[in-house]
Design a binder for this molecule. Structure first.
Ligand code: XUL
Length: 525
C-alpha cells in the first residue's frame, strides 16, 4: 500500500510517498525561495528591519501544497493509490484565522486554494520558530505562571521566545482587535492538515508541547497557562490530541484536482522533529539523532521526561508514545551557508577543506558561528566572533573557516545536549548537510561517537508517511523501520580516537567563550 508524508519546513515543502509492498520511495520538494519568489522569502521568511522578528506568509505554504501535489502527479505518481496521509510542520510557527476551517473549509475545486484561504486570515503573517522578539512576553508568562521552574515542571520547557504561547501573547498585546477577531489558532502542522481535510484538525501532543501551553502529564492545555498567555485563548484552540489520531479524509478539492481517492484518511500532523524521530526509526530510547537543517537539532526518545536544568533543552511528545528531548540551534545551515558564501566555497570544497586541508582543533582558529539570533545558547542578536590567527580573523583562510563553523556547531551540540543522559556512542544523522563527508567527520570526532547517516534524505516527510502507514495498516514500527529507515552503514564514520584529547580541550575553551559571549550580551540589555 502507498502512503504520503508531507513536511512543511522553513525553506521548502516536501511530499514523500512510500510503498509498503515494494519498499519504493518517491519524493518531491518545493523550495519556497526559488519557486514562489512573489513571497519575497528567499530563505522561507520575510525580511524585517528588526533582526529578532521572523515571520512567514502562510499563503506561501498553501500555494506550495498545490504545487507539490501537482508535481507528484506530473512525475507519474497516482495519488488515487494513496491509502493514508500524515505529515509535519516546522515547530512553533502559528497561523491566525478569523473563521475556523470547520466553518470555511468546503473548498471549491474551481478556485485556487490560496484565494480561498486569503480572506480567512486574521493576521497576514505567521511568526515562525526563528523569531526572537518575545522576551518581554516570556518574562510575563513565566511570572504569571509562578516562575520558570513551574513552567518546566508543567510543559517541559521554560518560557521561550520562539514557542507559540509567547508569540500569541505578543499578538494579543500588539494588535488586540485582530487577536479578538481570531476564531482559531493553528500550528503549521495542524494548519496544513486542516487544508488537506477542509476541517479544523487539532494540534497533536508532539507539536503542542512546543507552545508553552501543554500540561505534559495530563495531555491537555493548562488552564493556568492559557490564562497567563492571552484572553479567551482556550476558545481559539481545539483540545490537543495524541499523534496517531484519525483527523478526517482528504477534501474534495484534492480529489478533483489531483485524483486522490474518496475517503483517503488523514492522520493528525506533528512537529518536524517528532516526525523525524519516526523517520529515523528512533522512537525507542537509546539512539541519539542529529538533524542538520536550517536549524540543527539533537534529540532522543526518553523513557521518562527529563528536563534541562539550564533551560535550553525542551521536551516534546514522541509520536510513538511517551516523550522526546530536544536541543535546537538556530545557526545550522544558515551559518554553514553564510561561511561558504563569504569564502566562496562550494560544498565539495567545503568537505575537502575539512578532510584534507585542516586538522582537528583547527590550529587554534575558532568561530562562534552566530550569524542570526541563537536559541542555544540564548543570543537575541547576531554575534559572530572569530578567534585565532590574523588571516582567519580577517576572513582570508577559507579552509579554516569551513572547519571552524562545523567544529563549533558540533561541540556546542555536545555541550548543550549533555542533560539528555549517557553520552551516545552512536548518533544517527539526517538533513541536507548529512550528505557532507566533512561534517560527518567533525561530528564523529567531536562526540567521539560513530556517526551513521540515514539512507533517505527527508526524515520528517518520511516520518509522516510511516505514521500514516502505521495508523492505517497497523504494522509494527520495527517492520517499517527495517524497511524504510535503515541507516546507510556504507557511509558511517568512526571516530578518530587520536582527536579525543584535542576535542576535550576545545570543549572547555568553547564553553568559556560562550559563557563570556552570553555575559556580554546580557550586560548590553
Ligand atoms: C525546534 C525548532 C526547530 C524547528 C525547525 O524546537 O524550533 O527545529 O522545528 O524546523
Amino acid at each position: 500500500m502507498r502512503f504520503l508524508g508531507l513536511d512543511s519546513s522553513t525553506q521548502s515543502l516536501t511530499a514523500l510517498v512510500v510503498d509498503t509492498d515494494t519498499g519504493e520511495v518517491i519524493d518531491r520538494s518545493i523550495a519556497f525561495g526559488p519557486r514562489l519568489p512573489q513571497y519575497k522569502s528567499p530563505n522561507g521568511f520575510l525580511a524585517h528591519a528588526d533582526p529578532r522578528v521572523k515571520h512567514s506568509d502562510p499563503l506561501m505554504w498553501v500555494e506550495a501544497l498545490d504545487l507539490v501535489l501537482g508535481e507528484l502527479r506530473a512525475v507519474g505518481v497516482d495519488l488515487g493509490a494513496i491509502r493514508g496521509v500524515s505529515g509535519a510542520g516546522q515547530q512553533h510557527g502559528s497561523v491566525y484565522l478569523a473563521r475556523t476551517i470547520d466553518e470555511a473549509g468546503q473548498w471549491s475545486a474551481s478556485e485556487p486554494l490560496v484565494d480561498q484561504v486569503r480572506p480567512l486570515l486574521s493576521r497576514a503573517t505567521a511568526p515562525i520558530w526563528m523569531d526572537a522578539s518575545t522576551g518581554a512576553e516570556c518574562a510575563e508568562i513565566a511570572a504569571a505562571a509562578g516562575g520558570n521552574d513551574k513552567m518546566v515542571a508543567v510543559t517541559g520547557s521554560v518560557a521561550i521566545e520562539r514557542f507559540t504561547g509567547p508569540q500569541i501573547r505578543k499578538f494579543a498585546k500588539d494588535d488586540p482587535a485582530s487577536y479578538e477577531r481570531t476564531a482559531e489558532i493553528h500550528l503549521v502542522s495542524s494548519f496544513v492538515a486542516s487544508l488537506l481535510t477542509g476541517t479544523s484538525v487539532p494540534i497533536d501532543f508532539g507539536d503542542g508541547a512546543g507552545m508553552n501551553l501543554l500540561d505534559l502529564a495530563r495531555g491537555a492545555w493548562s488552564p493556568q497557562l492559557l490564562d497567563a498567555t492571552a484572553p479567551n485563548l482556550g476558545r481559539k484552540l481545539k483540545p490537543a490530541v495524541p499523534s496517531a489520531t484519525y483527523a478526517g479524509v482528504v477534501a474534495d478539492y484534492f480529489i478533483k484536482r489531483y485524483g486522490f481517492a474518496a475517503n483517503t484518511p488523514v492522520i493528525a500532523f506533528t512537529g518536524d522533529n517528532p516526525s523525524s524521530l519516526v523517520g529515523m526509526g528512533a522512537t525507542e530510547p537509546g539512539t541519539a539523532v542529529v538533524s542538520l537543517g536550517t536549524s540543527d537539532t539533537m534529540f532522543a526518545a526518553m523513557a521518562a521526561p527529563r528536563t534541562d536544568p539550564k533551560g535550553y533543552g525542551n521536551v516534546f511528545g514522541n509520536p510513538a508514545g511517551g516523550f522526546m528531548a530536544l536541543c535546537c540551534f538556530s545557526n545550522g545551515s544558515l551559518a554553514r551557508e553564510e561561511v561558504a558564501k563569504r569564502c566562496s566555497l562550494g560544498w565539495d570544497e567545503f568537505a575537502r577543506a575539512i578532510l584534507e586541508q585542516t586538522r582537528p582543533g583547527n590550529g587554534g582558529d575558532m568561530l562562534l558561528p552566530y550569524f542570526v539570533p541563537e536559541i542555544t545558547p540564548r543570543l537575541p542578536a547576531p554575534a559572530p566572533r572569530w578567534f585565532g590567527s590574523a588571516d582567519f580573523v580577517a576572513g582570508k583562510n577559507p579552509a579554516a573557516a569551513a572547519r571552524a563553523v562545523v567544529e563549533a556547531q558540533a561541540l556546542s551540540m555536545r555541550l548543550h545536549s549533555a542533560f539528555i543522559g549517557q553520552p551516545p556512542d552512536r548518533i544517527l544523522v539526517t538533513g541536507g548537510a548529512s550528505k557532507n563527508a566533512g561534517i560527518l567527520r567533525v561530528l564523529a570526532d567531536a562526540f567521539q561517537a560513530e556517526i551513521v547517516p540515514l539512507r533517505v534524505g527527508n526524515s520528517s516527510a518520511l516520518g509522516g508517511a510511516l505514521r500514516a502507514a502505521q495508523a492505517v495498516e497497523g504494522q509494527p514500527w520495527s517492520d517499517l523501520y527495517a524497511r524504510f529507515a535503515a541507516p546507510d552503514l556504507d557511509r558511517r564514520v568512526a571516530p578518530d580516537g587520536g582527536s579525543k584529547v584535542t576535542y576535550e580541550g576545545l570543549l572547555k575553551q568553547l564553553q568559556q567563550r560562550l559563557n563570556d559571549l552570553v555575559a556580554e550580551t546580557n550586560a548590553k540589555r
